[in-house]
Design a protein around this ligand. Structure first.
Ligand code: NAI
Ligand code: MG
Length: 358
């Protein structure tokens, strides 16, 4: 296959883990006989300093013309971020516009920790049990992140406001994605919500329950988000299967999931739209470890696997990448995870091991 990929390496650890991911992508191309046409483009906080915009027009054109987009995390250290006007900071000026541009409403965030790697988790091995395999599906273009924002022009403002809304269509389409995935995996589907307090929560729930009628074969239940946060720690395996979350709750609980399996560096993701998709790690740009070649590239390499599978329909290639990633963990790991006698690998060494396994 001939595939064009826009490469937005981003800020902080973005360039290091993107380099690692591209090394793996090259190995996939060679092994399976594909041609990936890589088109780098500036995106994020550094892009603002270099080009006056965190999502320059040139980058938009490259994304528009590519089959799929590989995106690294964005954001610089706080002092540098404070030099950027709020509307040009990477979240408001780049990430949300990217999601809106391609309507990437379905955010797939797999949370996987096999029993053999239970020692990565800060939780007891008995709590990880036979292993964790939860597909968190987060709605990505609605809710409070995309609502109107009101804030005073100065620091002595007396009020700030974020609107939160969901339409029937927005909830219905993400619920269908979640139920379809649960059906495919022959697993349960857990709907997370806050219907006891929020109008949008009650609405979300009602629509999801309506969609559930189309999937009588999928075991379904719903759980309040605060209880879900608690249950994820005391008994996470009950969620093995699919979890459906709205935008902000999904943002928060997926980071918690990263903590449960040991590191945000174990959290890849795919952001899928009706016509175009992009993939990115679930975490940020980790300025505290940037430039040291110590970041865990699993999140970015796993995002490549999700891209191959969900965006390009290359399931066999994706499985080869997952197998290689988990094979590397048999003997080595990066410094963010407990080593338990395994060799500590740098970012580039980890990537090379994955390439060797491939
Ligand atoms: P963060 O997710 O960048 O880091 C949180 C902690 O996890 C840090 O201790 C970091 O070292 C560690 N970590 C994250 N990824 C890792 C990896 N691959 N390997 C090893 N350790 C890893 O969150 P933080 O520090 O709050 O945010 C930093 C910047 O990233 C901010 O500017 C924030 O706005 C931005 N951000 C960007 C996102 C994106 O591009 N989609 C998402 C979340 C935050
Ligand atoms: Mg987040």
């Amino acid at each position: 296959m001939d595939i064009s990929i826009a490469i937005l390496e981003g800020d902080g650890i973005g360039p290091e883990i993107t380099r690692a991911a591209l090394q793996v992508l090259d190995a996939v191309a060679e092994k399976f006989g594909h041609r990936f046409d890589k088109r780098p483009a500036p995106f994020g906080a550094q892009a603002y300093f270099d080009h006056g915009s965190p999502f320059p027009e040139e980058t938009k054109a490259i994304c528009d013309g590519a089959d799929v987009i590989l995106k690294g995390p964005v954001g610089l250290a706080v002092e540098r971020m404070n030099e950027i006007p709020p509307e040009h900071r990477p979240e408001l000026g780049a990430i949300l516009p990217l999601r809106r541009r391609f309507d990437t409403f379905a955010n797939y965030r797999p949370v996987r920790l096999p029993k053999s790697l239970a020692s990565f988790s800060p939780l007891k091995a008995s709590i990880i049990g036979e292993g964790l395999d939860i597909l968190m599906i987060r709605e990505l273009v609605g809710g409070i992140y995309f609502g109107d924002k009101t804030e005073g022009p100065s620091t002595d403002m007396k009020l700030a406001k974020d609107d939160c809304s969901y339409t029937d269509g927005q909830v219905r389409r993400i619920a269908k994605v979640a139920f379809d995935e649960a059906r495919k995996r022959k697993s349960s589907m857990t709907n997370v919500h806050k219907a006891n307090v929020l109008a949008t929560g009650r609405f979300w729930n009602a629509v999801v329950e309506d969609v559930a009628k189309l999937y009588p074969d999928v075991p379904y239940r719903s759980v309040l988000v605060d209880n879900a946060a608690y249950q994820l720690v005391v008994n996470p395996t009950q969620f093995n299967g699919v979890m459906l979350l709205e935008n902000m709750q999904g943002d928060i609980l997926t980071d918690q999931a990263g903590g449960i399996i040991g590191s945000l560096g174990l959290m890849p993701s795919a952001c899928v739209g009706p016509e175009k998709s992009y993939v990115e790690p679930a975490h940020g740009s980790a300025p505290d470890i940037a430039g040291k070649n110590v970041a865990n590239p699993y999140s970015m390499i796993g995002s490549v696997a999700l891209m191959l599978d969900l965006c390009l329909g290359l399931g066999e290639e994706a499985q080869a990448v997952w197998d290689a990633l988990f094979a590397v963990f048999e003997h080595g790991t990066t410094g963010d995870l407990p080593s338990e006698g395994k060799e500590i690998l740098s970012t580039s060494e980890f990537a090379q091991r994955v390439v060797d396994k491939l």
